[in-house]
Design a protein around this ligand. Structure first.
Ligand SMILES: [Zn+2]
Length: 292
């Protein structure tokens, strides 16, 4: 089971926070009402913020940008995906099954956040949501948010329905939890294990500007997928594509907190991605409370 977030102080700190800056070049603002401290060097992603209508997104705006997404983890091979992506210097979005978000993946998920990846909700036990009651759908999504938040301190804003099965009530329930419903427009069906070169070719044949690419880092053997992506990424770079997370692709904002102490394993350095929001902590009274 997921561990509870040990950083109660930081959670309360987040509640007391105030937005001081928006944008990649921002972040030099001082804490409101505070005579100190000097500008911190590291920033910790704590959540992202969905916006827009209650719809299911299959792709993003028609820009020369794509978003890679990997479903059904975390799994034993997930750290290899994270290393591969870091070596290629591109981010991805990991839609995770809450029941699998255990303490053994704490460092992997934190490395994902440090690397600029986004974490997403893929339900707690991977059911077909159209077969569940509204309350059960809410529970599936909420428990996964809690698992991710408990392990990483990060609250996701994107959700992918298992099997791509959803209806308007699923979208509305997700929205009530701060989650945008995310589908895809590129699917190499890597879960059928067609072979690395077939996965490569299917992705490269289907990609368009703004594509959201679906693949899997869990749910079965994923060595073919892992082996395919360095070639896919290089080929797309040669075509002039850039890579963003799903929240970035859709224009959502990622919120960072300055990380001033014990944050070597969590903090990221500037420049932060475009559209980032940096919150400054208010060091005054700290109420013990869960992050909302
Ligand atoms: Zn899935």
């Amino acid at each position: 089971m997921p561990a509870r977030n040990p950083r109660v102080l930081r959670s309360a700190w987040a509640l007391a926070a105030a937005v001081v800056a928006i944008g990649a070049g921002a972040g030099t603002g001082l804490a409101l009402g505070s005579p100190k401290p000097p500008a911190p060097v590291f920033y910790r992603p704590v959540r992202c913020v969905r916006r827009g209508r209650a719809v299911a997104y299959s792709d993003g705006p028609h820009r020369k940008v794509v978003a890679l997404s990997f479903d059904d983890g975390p799994a034993p091979i997930t750290p290899s995906f994270v290393r591969m992506l870091a070596a290629q210097h591109v981010p991805a979005t990991f839609f995770m099954i809450g029941d699998q978000v255990g303490a053994q993946y704490r460092s992997t998920l934190r490395r994902e956040l440090r690397s600029g990846d986004a974490l997403g909700d893929h339900t707690y036990t991977h059911p077909d949501l159209e077969l569940l009651s509204g309350g059960e759908v809410y529970g599936q999504l909420h428990k996964t948010i809690e698992a991710i938040r408990g392990l990483t301190g990060y609250t996701p804003c994107v959700f992918r329905p298992p099997y791509g099965d959803y209806d308007q009530s699923v979208i509305d329930t997700a929205k009530s939890l701060g989650l945008a419903t995310i589908l895809w427009d590129v699917d190499p069906s890597d879960y059928t294990l067609p072979g690395t070169s077939v996965i490569e070719q299917r992705v490269l044949d289907q990609v368009q500007p703004g594509s959201i690419i679906l693949s899997h880092d869990g749910g079965g053997p994923r060595g073919e997928t892992l082996a395919a992506y360095p070639y896919i990424i290089q080929a797309l770079k040669r075509r002039g594509y850039r890579f963003e997370t799903v929240p970035q692709l859709l224009g959502f904002h990622t919120v960072y907190l300055p990380c001033v102490k014990d944050c070597k394993d969590e903090g990221v350095k500037k420049p932060l991605p475009p559209g980032s929001i940096i919150e400054a902590a208010n060091p005054a009274p700290v109420r013990q409370s869960r992050r909302g």
